[in-house]
Design a protein around this ligand. Structure first.
Ligand code: ADP
Ligand code: MG
Length: 323
């Protein structure tokens, strides 16, 4: 049983940043307004995620750690419920199989909270405890029981940079949530959670980029876009600055990238790529999102229509530069 758990866990949990992604997505799904992520030694020694979301009911805590246990889908037709990032019910089971997990949680309805400790799949503690409303997860010693996997981790600095990238994406796609990332005791990122995407961009990328943006948006029957595109003076030698999200998920997609790059073509040099932060909301009947733990594949039912609309929206933003 344990071997199977560890193999399956490897699919979802490759490194500390995978733990951060899964836990923060759970905090977002729980309706949190503020989420704090604290890491030590690149997350290898410690990851602490604190949220002020709905909490987990006392009687549901053990169930939450079971494989395929999810509170987020009620029937199979919900399989891609646009409102939630999670639905597989695998993350907590996978994380506790390969690390030491401490959970403290309390719902609004309950008088007292729960503290639950699970190490490598074994329940060490499960007791009542006073706690604020919301949930704290502490993950210690990732891969302590799979030393080979631990050896494949990169340096703490590199692992920390992967975690920053994950938190930045989650902050960009959720401007109404305040994110705080603390690395070895120092606050690396703090977003306001005021719903203003431009403020999030400022917090992540700084003044030079936040002061050099054009707004981009459209609102169509089955699609909407809000966000910002960088002035052509701001470019990178790779696509790492091209951020876009579909229904709250960070994705890479060739149609969207091509529309962006074609719209910029008249304005920037070859092999240079622009800054974008674009939030798409797409009707679930017009996009097919295949959410696999390690990759996100998106297919559009009206790809060339969407290409045209994105191209037009960005082009007109870029040519209105004198307004
Ligand atoms: P999934 O997100 O696919 O449902 P997970 O294994 O990530 O599966 O989580 C299992 C369950 O634990 C969730 O469905 C949810 O009910 C509960 N849960 C996990 N994290 C939180 C949290 N931060 N706040 C409230 N509930 C949570
Ligand atoms: Mg989840």
């Amino acid at each position: 049983k344990f071997t199977i758990d560890k193999i399956a866990a490897g699919e979802v949990i490759e490194r500390p940043s995978s733990v951060v992604k899964e836990l923060v997505e759970n905090s977002i799904d729980a309706g949190s307004g503020a989420i704090t992520i604290e890491i030590k030694n690149g997350g290898i020694d410690l990851i602490r995620i604190t949220d002020n979301g709905c909490g987990i009911e006392k009687d549901e805590v053990e169930k939450a750690f079971l494989r395929h246990a999810t509170s987020k889908i009620k029937d199979a037709t919900d399989l891609f419920d646009l409102n939630y990032l999670g639905f597989r019910g695998e993350a907590l089971a996978s994380i506790c199989a390969i690390s030491k997990v401490e959970l403290i949680t309390k719902t609004a309805m309950e008088m007292i909270g729960v503290r639950y400790v699970n190490e490598g799949g074994e329940i060490i503690q499960h007791e009542e405890i006073g706690a604020p409303e919301g949930t704290t997860f502490i993950i210690r010693d990732i891969f302590f029981n799979t030393p080979v996997r631990k050896k494949f981790l990169k340096s703490p600095q590199t692992e920390a940079s992967y975690i920053s990238a994950i938190v930045e994406r989650l902050a960009l796609s959720n401007p109404d949530i305040s994110f705080k990332l603390i690395v070895n005791g120092n606050t690396k990122l703090h977003t306001f959670g005021n719903g203003n995407l431009k403020d999030v961009i400022y917090n992540i990328y700084g003044r030079d980029i936040a002061k050099n943006l054009y707004e981009v948006n459209f609102s169509l029957e089955h699609y909407s876009l809000t966000g910002y595109v960088g002035k052509p003076a701001i470019t990178r030698g790779n696509r790492n600055f091209e951020n876009y999200f579909i229904n709250g998920r960070y994705v890479k997609n060739s149609i969207i990238s091509k529309a962006i790059e074609d719209a910029y073509k008249p304005f920037i040099m070859q092999h240079k790529y622009p800054f974008t932060a674009m939030l798409f909301e797409i009707d679930g009947n017009y996009v097919d999102v295949n959410v696999h733990p390690s990759k996100l594949e998106v297919r559009f039912f009206e790809g060339s229509f969407l290409y045209d609309e994105i191209y037009k929206a960005i082009s007109s933003s870029l040519t209105q530069k004198n307004l």
